[in-house]
Design a protein around this ligand. Structure first.
Ligand SMILES: CC(C)(COP(=O)(O)OP(=O)(O)OC[C@H]1O[C@@H](n2cnc3c(N)ncnc32)[C@H](O)[C@@H]1OP(=O)(O)O)[C@@H](O)C(=O)NCCC(=O)NCCS
Length: 253
């Protein structure tokens, strides 16, 4: 499937929101208690959040869902979910959905979108940091408790907070040049390609847990020292590496 055949638009109808709930169920395989219900989509759309759909032949194949946030005198959006149906993945649709979110936010005078992501997910980390230009300097330990999602493999739901400063030099450079500005990395944090395999099988889960524990300690220490995640490398084996730099000296965001 090609992302170009997908039309992206704001969602307002109950039927389209029902399709979001159904797609959410397919993508995360949550229990009913863990699903974001229809009524939250309805409320979010009415109070300044975002419910955005990607449609192929009028079938929903992707959605982005954000709720309004407020901190330190600033209104921002917290993007709670982005989902692309598996047959449409890796065609650039996830990125198109995020750039649409950015435009929609900027049109309303909002210049920050945040979301949290699992730092053990190599694809998502790469997408967030390298393709969108988000940065991260906060780490939440076991944010949602242990969930039924197979993506999580029974591990604590540790999350990095992505900050997407929509009009930062970093994001504008990415939009114009296709890559983020360069910086000098002071530290790197590794995620082995085998992490998915280790999470999936109960016998090897302890190995995944070791990586999570080690990386948690490294992120917490680095953030205390004023570093932020500003880059992400992938290796030829499919592993990933967070690159951290000093954001205090940086003009990038
Ligand atoms: C995360 C998700 C929304 C991304 O959507 P998508 O349409 O596949 O994303 P895109 O095609 O725009 O971009 C994916 C990028 O990751 C790269 N990628 C794909 N697999 C990868 C992997 N295993 N490791 C590293 N990078 C990978 C792709 O090559 C692409 O980069 P490129 O543009 O440089 O080629 C989709 O995978 C999804 O729905 N996942 C399940 C739900 C989820 O995790 N949501 C996000 C958290 S809420």
């Amino acid at each position: 499937m090609s992302s170009g055949q997908v039309t992206i638009r704001n969602i307002k109808s109950l039927d389209d929101m029902r399709s979001c709930v159904a797609l959410q169920k397919d993508v995360w395989n949550f229990s009913d208690a863990e699903l974001v219900p229809l009524r939250m989509f309805v409320v979010a759309e009415k109070i300044g959040g975002q419910v955005i759909g990607g449609f192929h032949d009028e079938q929903l194949v992707a959605f982005a869902f954000a709720i309004p946030g407020y901190r330190n005198g600033r209104s921002y959006l917290h993007s709670h979910m982005l989902a692309v149906r598996d047959s449409f993945r890796n065609t650039g649709l996830g990125q198109r959905m995020k750039w649409f979110q950015r435009e929609e936010a900027l049109n309303r005078g909002i210049d920050l979108i945040e979301w949290t992501f699992d730092p053990l997910e190599i694809k998502n980390s790469y997408l967030n940091i390298e393709k969108l230009g988000a940065i991260a300097r906060r780490y939440n330990v076991n944010q949602y408790g242990i969930t039924a999602s197979p993506l999580q493999g029974g591990l604590p739901t540790d999350r990095l907070v992505a900050e997407w400063w929509l009009n930062s030099e970093r994001v504008l450079t990415l939009l114009e040049a296709g890559s983020r500005p360069r910086f000098t990395a002071a530290k790197s944090i590794q995620v082995p390609a085998k992490i998915y395999e280790w999470k999936a099988a109960p016998a090897s889960r302890a190995l995944a847990q070791e990586v999570q524990n080690r990386n948690r300690a490294e992120f917490e220490q680095a953030f205390r020292n004023g570093l932020a995640v500003m880059g992400y490398d992938r290796d030829s084996a499919g592993g990933g590496r967070f690159l951290l730099g000093s954001w205090h000296d940086s003009q990038e965001f």
